[in-house]
Write a protein that binds this ligand. Structure first.
Ligand code: UD1
Ligand code: MG
Length: 454
């Protein structure tokens, strides 16, 4: 989808203090749609297939860099020891861009809604101009840098604090995003000074200096909502609302049925296939894939799992990381599945825990089946073959195997492997004492009567 064939370097600014978040967690790591803000910024640019990704870190650098190596292991982090401004921040990428012949795109880590299409438009404009900045018509421009245009040319950007009354009337505001020829950008940044109200090196001085140096600069305009930045918890909460609205609309557009979309919560990487149905009050944590035609019933919580076509999950089910639900399998109410393969057509319908296990095709686990996978120190596996029948309230003490077409009697504590086709009886034999229940009850009543008298 890249508009030009030039190599692209992405520079993400993530060094700021984020003071208004009132948090010990660095701002780029605050969560939106169950993913760090930083992951959203990187996802915006991912379709452009940047050949270099450079993230400028500063406040909370250790934590941000640790998260970065999970999100984008190919990215390089460069540190900005002191936060001397957005221009100074981009300049920290100079070494990492040494010898790079292509375009650079600058994004903020705290601006999660930039659409890849908008970056594409900027790259297309970049084919005509050396420097392209992204602007928007602000409903309330207070605080933003104003874009001074002369026809197509972006003459300069003036920060709110430094602007005259006349300049403050300008509605076209700077989002902060920039796309420029990388060497022109770096060469221009070296000439940026800090003679302004904040005493900072402003990235926004680039257009004016570039134009003065004989280069061309322009602005591309997008919707204000797209440039929404996160500065406080209240803004983060509003962003979450917007994120969920966008994802719900997208799911509906893609052919997912939801009766109450407002009660369904998606994560950044949730994938739900066409003709899948999501009942009300379902929460998706990170890493969930639901295939076509699957049904996720009400009040279920899913994370790090895969639900195959035709499977039914819930109501009130919990799928934890590593749950792999096969085609047409059924996971019912109050069932928890973790690191377990549930085979095609298998059923775990009621009140069960299946962890560190594999369940063969068409097997049926009765109500209250528990894989006892943890001995207090280590985890152990339970393997159940195809067409097995696990009686209600069976405790499968792992490591243990139950063979194909084997059965366990209800209430069994299974500590030894069950061969194919065998029935395991692992419970005390029942003894009936005639009349003893009535006698016992009478005795208890008598004791109680004596106690209440005294
Ligand atoms: C910036 C723009 C302003 C624009 C606004 C849009 C400048 C000088 N101003 O102002 O024109 O309207 O964004 O929201 O660029 N950062 C660093 N290192 C620094 C300073 C900032 O990494 O030394 C990062 C921050 O973490 C943040 C981003 O850069 O992600 C923007 O910085 P911020 O201080 O929010 O800039 P604004 O004053 O909002
Ligand atoms: Mg800001």
């Amino acid at each position: 989808m890249q508009a030009t064939s030039r190599p692209l370097a992405l520079v993400v600014l993530a060094a700021g203090a984020g003071t208004r978040m009132q948090s010990d967690l660095p701002k780029p790591l605050h969560s939106l749609g169950q993913a760090p803000l930083l992951a959203h910024a990187l996802a915006s640019a991912a379709p452009l297939e940047p050949s270099r990704i450079i993230v400028v870190t500063g406040h909370g650098a250790d934590a941000v860099e640790a998260a970065l190596s999970d999100i984008a292991p190919e990215a390089v982090a460069v540190r900005q020891a002191e936060q001397l401004g957005t221009g100074h921040a981009v300049l920290q990428a100079a070494d990492a861009l040494d010898g790079f012949d292509g375009d650079a795109v600058v994004l903020y880590a705290d601006t999660p809604f930039i659409r890849p299409e908008t970056l594409d438009t900027m790259l297309a404009a970049r084919a005509q101009h050396d420097v392209v900045m992204l602007g928007f018509e602000a409903e309330d421009p207070t605080g933003y840098g104003r874009m001074v245009m002369d026809g197509d040319t972006l003459m300069r950007i003036v920060e709110h604090k430094d602007a005259s009354d006349a300049e403050r009337e300008i509605k076209l505001c700077n989002s902060g995003l920039l796309c420029a020829d990388a060497s022109i950008l770096m060469e221009t940044l070296r000439r940026v000074g800090n003679d302004n109200a904040n005493g900072e090196y402003y990235l926004t001085d680039v257009p004016e200096l570039a134009v003065a140096g004989g280069h061309s600069a322009t602005a591309v305009v997008c919707e204000e909502a797209e440039t929404l930045g996160i500065n406080s918890r209240a803004e983060l909460a509003r962003a979450e609302e917007r994120f969920q609205q966008l994802r719900r609309a997208e799911a509906l557009d893609n052919g997912v049925t939801m009766q109450a979309p407002r009660t369904v919560f998606f994560a950044l990487d949730t994938f739900v296939g066409r003709d899948a149905e999501i009942e009300p009050n379902v929460v998706f944590g990170p890493g969930v894939t639901v295939e076509s035609g699957a049904l996720i019933r009400a009040f279920s919580h899913l994370e790090g799992c895969h639900v195959s076509a035709g499977a039914i999950v819930g109501p009130y089910a919990r799928l934890r990381p590593g749950a792999e639900i096969g085609n047409n399998a059924k996971i019912g109410n109050f069932v928890e599945v973790k690191t377990a393969d549930i085979g095609e057509g298998a059923k775990v319908n009621h009140l069960s825990y299946v962890g560190d296990a594999s369940v063969g095709e068409r097997s049926n686990l009765g109500a209250g089946t528990v894989t006892c996978n943890y001995d207090g120190v280590m985890k152990h596996r339970t393997e159940i073959g195809a067409d097995a029948f696990i009686g209600s309230d069976t405790m499968l003490v792992a490591p243990v195997k139950v063979g194909a077409r084997a059965m366990t009697a209800s209430g069994s504590v299974v500590t030894e492997d069950v061969p194919d086709g065998a029935l395991a009886l692992g419970r005390a034999k029942q003894v009936n004492k005639p009349g003893l229940a009535v006698k016992l009850m009478d005795r208890l009543r008598a004791i109680k009567a004596r106690k209440t008298k005294g």
